[in-house]
Design a protein around this ligand. Sequence first.
Ligand SMILES: [Mg+2]
Length: 249
Amino acid sequence: MTPPGVPEIEADWALFLDLDGTLLELAPTPDAVIVPADLPSVLACLSGGLGGALAIVTGRARETADQLLAPFLPTGGFGHGAELRDAVGAAVGDDTVPAPPSAWCDTLTRFAATRDGLLLERKPHGIALHYRAVPTQGEAVRAAMQALVLQAPNDFVLLPAHMAFEIRPRAATKARPVTALMAAPPFLGRRPVFVGDDVTDEDGMAAARDLGGLGLHVGRDFTGGPPQVRAWLARAARRLTQEQPLAQS
Ligand SMILES: [Mg+2]
C-alpha cells in the first residue's frame, strides 16, 4: 500500500532517489548493505517507464553506486552531488568541485587507528568517518573533523550522517544534480520528485520543490522504510511499462 500523503508515481515525473536509507536498509557498515536481487531491474524498468528520467543521488562514490546497482548503470549525482552523470552516461561538470586535501585523510587515518571501531571511508570528493560501532566516539569524531574543516571553511563543510560525519566540498550538495539534470532531456519539462531519508537530502528536496515538484522523506512519508519505497517503485514500474509497452526493451 502507498502510505497516506504519497501520490502514485506519474509518467511525467522525474525521479531522484537517494540510495542508503531510502532504497536500501542501513547496515552496521557501508559495505554490509544488502541490495535486493530485483532492485536493479525494477530501477531499469521504471527508468524506461519515465523515459529515462530516473536518477540516483547518493553520498556514495560513483564506482560504489555502480557496483551496488549493477547491471543498472544509474544516471545521477554521486559524492553528494560532487560528481554528476547524465542520461547518456557522460560526466557533467565534475571538475569544478575540489576534493579534501590528502593530508586531512592522513590525519583522520591516524585518528581512527588509535580508536577501536571507527571506520574511515575515502571518497573521490569527501571523507567519511563512521562511528556506528562505537557511538560514544561521535563527539570526538566530530571535533577532529571540524578542526580540519576550519582550515578551509570556504571550500569544505562538515555534515552529520547516520552515525558518521563527513567532510564534503561546500559546492557539492544534493541540489546540484537535480538542478543540472532538470535542465536537459530526458528530465527537462518533467515534475521533479526527490526521495531521501537524511539531512543531506533536504537540499535535493528543496531543489525539487523549487522546480514545482515534490520532496518526500522516508522517515516522515514512508513509515515502512526502504521496503515500502521499493514496493512503491515496483508498482509504478509495472504500471508505467504496461502503459508504454515500447519502453520495455
Ligand atoms: Mg540516505
